[in-house]
Write a protein that binds this ligand. Structure first.
Ligand code: KG4
Ligand code: ZN
Length: 335
């Protein structure tokens, strides 16, 4: 089965073709990040317009790259939510309409299920069951995964998502949007021991997270070390390092706990923050201690992309599901 996948939930237009026999055939991505950076965050109206502008050319391009014609595509998968409603509508209506024109089924995919399954696109993928840490700009969740579609929530953030916390801390440090990768880069020049930020909710049982307190801590540390309106470069890097260390350590403690509580020996990490090098290093140490294994996607499939939607849609379609004629777009939708 060959599935065309479309992702337009936020600020990346992603399109890919996945073949259940041969694997990923082609994938293309257009990022709007530069346009939104000027405004310090995603501007929903501009995002929708840019998806409209880029989606059809990207679909054409991915078909050319895979050397396929329309009659060779068996189904279309598009991100149905959660995300920005205008942005979702572009992918959903285009996907559903193309499916009608081509006479094939369409399926609306949950964006976080796409992220969750992205490591399956790599060589030596994990086998069910496993523990998944989903860390993106909108979600932070620990999930026990027993099969496609069988997701048991173990814990989640009670306030900000990990990626959101990275983005907000970056803004306070005067960095561009999205701040996660910029904090990570800056942290490499920082002294990780100069400041010690709290590891929220690790001193009590449970697998929930809370990252909003770290914002206040970051803000106060910046204020304390700003003189005449200037924060020196080394202190800026030291704060970035302390912040990253706190988020990463908190995630690592909870992942270890999740492995111990479930008795499972495979941990997968997915979503934008799973591209973070320090997080991967720390989780490598966790799985070694727990005699478990760690799985993640290549960096470009950690952040939003069409390949994960094509893959997740393909699994759902193979299980006999489809969305019928409705155009599914749900800005809020739990997995
Ligand atoms: O999964 P994603 O692309 O979009 C959502 O579904 O939200 O995640 C984007 C988030 C942003 O908050 C971004 O700052 C963060 O992932 N991010 C990172 C890194 N790369 C992306 N955070 C920390 N370190 C990184 N290397
Ligand atoms: Zn995402």
């Amino acid at each position: 089965m060959i599935v065309l996948g479309i992702e337009t939930s936020c600020d990346e237009t992603g399109v890919a073709l996945y073949d259940s026999e041969k694997g990923l055939l082609a994938d293309v991505l257009y990022s709007q990040v530069k346009m939104h950076a000027e405004y310090g965050g995603v501007v929903p109206e501009l995002a929708s317009r840019d998806h409209v502008r880029k989606l059809l050319p990207l679909i054409k391009e991915v078909m050319q790259r895979a050397d396929l014609t329309a009659n060779q595509v068996d189904a279309i998968a598009y991100t149905a939510g959660p995300g920005l409603i205008g942005a979702l509508m572009v992918g959903a209506s285009t996907g559903r309409s193309l499916a009608m024109a081509w006479g094939v089924p369409a399926i609306g995919v949950h964006h976080m299920e796409g992220h969750l399954l992205a490591p399956m696109l790599e060589e030596n993928p994990p086998e069910f069951p496993f523990v998944a840490l989903l860390v993106s700009g909108g979600h932070t969740q620990l999930v026990k995964v027993t099969a496609i579609g069988e997701y048991h929530l173990l814990g989640e953030s009670l306030d900000d998502a990990a990626g959101e916390a990275f983005d907000k801390a970056a803004k306070m440090l005067g960095l561009d949007y999205p701040g996660g990768p910029l904090i990570a880069r800056l942290a490499e020049q920082g002294d990780r021991t100069r400041f010690r930020f709290p590891r929220p909710m690790t001193d009590r049982p449970g697998l929930d997270f809370s990252f909003s307190g770290l914002k206040t801590f970051t803000l106060n540390t910046i204020a304390k070390h700003t003189q005449d309106g200037v924060l020196d470069q080394q202190t800026q890097a030291d704060i970035a390092a302390a912040f990253e260390e706190a988020v990463v350590e908190t995630l690592a403690i909870k992942c270890r706990r999740a492995l111990q509580e479930t008795g499972l020996k495979q941990l997968i990490i997915a979503g934008g923050v799973s591209a973070n090098r320090r997080l991967r290093e720390r989780l490598d140490a966790v799985v070694t201690k727990e005699k478990a294994s760690l799985f993640y996607a290549r960096p470009e499939f950690c952040t939003d992309n069409g390949a994960m939607i094509a893959y997740a849609g393909c699994q759902r379609l193979l299980a006999g599901q489809s969305s019928g004629l409705v155009i599914e777009a749900k800005p809020r939708w739990s997995m």
